[in-house]
Design a binder for this molecule. Sequence first.
Ligand code: KG4
Ligand code: ZN
Length: 334
Amino acid sequence: MSTILAIESSCDETSASVCRDGKILSNYIANQQVHEQYGGVVPELASRAHMQNIVPVVDVGIRQAGIGLQDLDAIAFTQAPGLIGSLLVGSQFAKSLALALNKPLIAVHHMQAHVLANLIPEQKPSFPFLCLTVSGGHTQIVVAKSPADLKVIGETLDDAAGEAFDKSAKLLGLPYPGGPLIDKYAREGNPKRFSFAEPQIAALDFSFSGVKTSILYFLQKEIKANEDFIKENLADLCASIQHTIVSILLKKYKKAALQTGITELCIAGGVSANSGLRKAFEEMCRQNGWQSFIPAFEYCTDNAAMIAITAYHKYLAGEFAPLSSTASARASWD
Ligand code: KG4
Ligand code: ZN
């Protein structure tokens, strides 16, 4: 039996989850509204909000799991990558608790945890599988041969897919984070109404900065002729932008599947909550006879359950971290 408490604090969500023998018992997430007025996450404000949130969030996570601190066998935390101040709050808290309870500590890589979020449900992929991880800071295609053997075979050279959504939304005058709003308005729009240039990037890598520039120039031109252009065409603009981003992602993902011959495909990360991507991904898999896996919404965006499931596999492998381990803004994948 293993009961693990996991803490996630890499960006602007404070989250705590308890996992018992690979089963998630709780996953409590506190969002931070303070950033909305600034159009993006303000790192110092994020750290301060984590400081306020961490004790009550862990308390709720433990209580919702129906356990007590004495039941814990290990404490896990997000070590990297992320905002350093935010990571420090979670890691220092986890280390203090591990020391106080005399329990082992488990350090987890946030991007690997996004991939392994696919191991949470009963219906999970078998190894080897592929994962397209699309978040606010990363866009990666990963080959997963085992929980401990994850290899990046393609990634973005500039903006991440989430950034492409958020920056496009900003150009449309939508508040941060704009990704979910583009998704919402896109439902009413025509995805073929406007077309934006797709990049020609070698191998399995991505680029999104050109798309953003092409949207900017297009809007500048149209607004000159009609200052209400965005307001009058919001749904079609959102649908067309979403269609372009999804198309860039899935063309490369399909290429990766064909190249590797792997037929079990997952998506993960905040952008995998996007309804257009989910639908097109499932359709692509269906057409090619591949099996598709998508985590539940609460496990797509940042959450501690994905840290907990990753920690569970590390626990089984006896992979513990010393109390001297520190958080890091950047981290090598290995
Ligand atoms: O994985 P995540 O929660 O945090 C990071 O680790 O970055 O991803 C956040 C990103 C943001 O860019 C947000 O706009 C995007 O995920 N996102 C979406 C949707 N929900 C979240 N983008 C498009 N459509 C959505 N429904
Ligand atoms: Zn994330």
